[in-house]
Design a protein around this ligand. Structure first.
Ligand code: MLT
Length: 325
C-alpha cells in the first residue's frame, strides 16, 4: 500500500480508484513553506494540478516520492529535470480534457465576435447597446491555430463546420497531419499572422513560444476577409506567457486588435487592478479550460491509473520526464 498526497483536489471517482487499489489517499493543499520543510517525506506519490509548485528545492526534500502525477496536461509547475535526476517519474493526463478546452475556446471565439461579455456588462449597468454591439460571423474567416495537437485539431474540426478556413503553424507537425485535417500548414509563424484574422493558441509555453504573440505580429494581421472588415481577434486557452499581455493591451487600445479573450495569464491568479480588465473588448476566465465535471472525472481517473501502474514498478505510457530518468 502506498501513501498518496493529493494537494489540488481530485474527483471522488478518481480517489475511489486509488483506494480500491489499496492505497491511502491524503487530500489537502500543502503550502510551499511546508513542502520546503519536507511535508512530502512520508509519501510515496503526489498528485497535483497547477497550484502546487514542485520545484527542485521541494523535490530535494521529498525523498520518499517515487512518482508525481499531474492531473492535467501542462507540467510547467514541476521541475521535470530535478525529478528525473532524483529518480522520480512524472506522469500527466494528456487525453482527458481535450473536449472541454475545445469547447471553451470556441465559446471564447464566439463571445468575442458577438460581444457577449461586453453586452452583459452593459445590461448590468442599464445599457441597451444594440446599435454598438454589431458583431461578425466566424463563417468565411481564417482561423490561425498556433500548435496543432489534440486540442487545436478539435477546435479546427468545430470551426470547419462553422465555415472557417483553417490555418496552422506547428514546426513539429508532419505536413500529412495538417493535410488530413484540411488545415493549411504555414512554415513561418509570421505568415500565419499575415493571413489570419482570428488566432487561437494551442502550444506549450517554452523559451521558443514566450511572447510569440507580440506587438509586431499582431500588427501583421489583415483585419478583413472577403470584403468584411471583421477586425483581428486573439484567444488563448493554452498557457499564460505566450501572449505579451502589455502588447495586447496596447493593440486593443490602438485598434490593431478588435477583441481578445484569455483563459490563461502570465501571472495567476491575476494581480489586483489587472490592466486588461479595464478594456471593454477584452474578456477573460480564470484558467477554467479543463474545469468541467466530465474532464475532471476523466483526468482524475487517467492520472489515478497512471499512478497505480507506476507504483507497481511498471512504466505508465504518459511519463513526461523520460529523458531525465
Ligand atoms: C492543464 O494543463 O491540464 C490545464 O491547463 C488545466 C489546469 O491546469 O488546471
Amino acid at each position: 500500500m502506498a501513501r498518496i498526497a493529493v494537494t489540488d483536489g481530485m474527483a471522488p471517482e478518481a480517489v475511489a480508484v486509488l483506494e480500491k487499489a489499496g492505497h491511502e489517499v491524503v487530500l489537502g493543499f500543502i503550502q510551499s513553506e511546508d513542502l520546503l520543510a519536507g511535508a512530502l517525506k512520508d509519501f510515496d506519490a503526489i498528485i497535483v494540478r497547477s497550484a502546487t509548485k514542485l520545484t527542485s528545492e521541494v523535490i530535494e526534500v521529498s525523498a520518499g516520492i517515487s512518482i508525481i502525477g499531474r492531473a492535467g496536461v501542462g507540467v510547467d509547475n514541476i521541475d521535470l529535470e530535478a525529478a528525473g535526476k532524483a529518480g522520480i517519474m512524472v506522469v500527466n493526463a494528456p487525453n482527458s480534457s481535450t473536449q472541454s478546452v475545445v469547447e471553451l475556446t470556441i465559446g471564447h471565439l464566439i463571445s468575442s465576435l458577438r460581444h457577449v461579455a461586453r453586452a452583459d456588462r452593459g445590461l448590468r449597468n442599464n445599457l441597451w447597446e444594440k446599435k454598438q454591439l454589431k458583431g461578425t460571423e466566424l463563417s468565411g474567416k481564417c482561423l490561425g491555430l498556433i500548435g496543432f495537437g489534440r486540442i487545436a485539431q478539435g477546435v479546427a474540426s468545430v470551426a470547419k463546420t462553422m465555415g472557417m478556413e483553417i490555418h496552422t503553424y506547428d514546426p513539429y507537425l508532419p505536413p500529412k497531419v495538417a493535410k488530413a485535417q484540411g488545415a493549411y500548414l504555414h512554415k513561418k509563424v509570421d505568415s500565419l499572422f499575415k493571413t489570419c484574422t482570428h488566432i487561437s493558441i494551442h502550444c506549450n509555453l517554452s523559451d521558443e513560444t514566450h511572447h510569440l504573440v507580440n506587438s509586431d505580429r499582431m500588427k501583421m494581421m489583415p483585419g478583413k476577409k472577403g470584403g468584411i472588415v471583421c477586425g483581428n481577434h486573439i484567444v488563448n486557452c493554452a498557457r499564460g506567457g505566450i501572449v505579451d499581455e502589455d502588447a495586447l493591451l496596447t493593440a486593443l487600445e490602438d485598434g490593431t486588435i478588435s477583441s481578445a479573450a484569455l483563459d490563461v495569464f502570465e501571472v495567476e491568479p491575476l494581480p489586483e487592478n489587472y490592466p486588461l480588465l479595464q478594456h471593454e473588448n477584452f474578456h477573460g476566465t480564470p484558467h477554467i479550460g479543463a474545469a468541467t465535471m466530465e474532464a475532471q472525472q476523466r483526468v482524475g481517473i487517467e492520472i489515478a491509473n497512471a499512478i497505480i501502474t507506476g507504483l507497481t514498478g511498471e512504466q505508465p505510457s504518459t511519463i513526461v520526464n523520460r529523458q531525465y530518468l
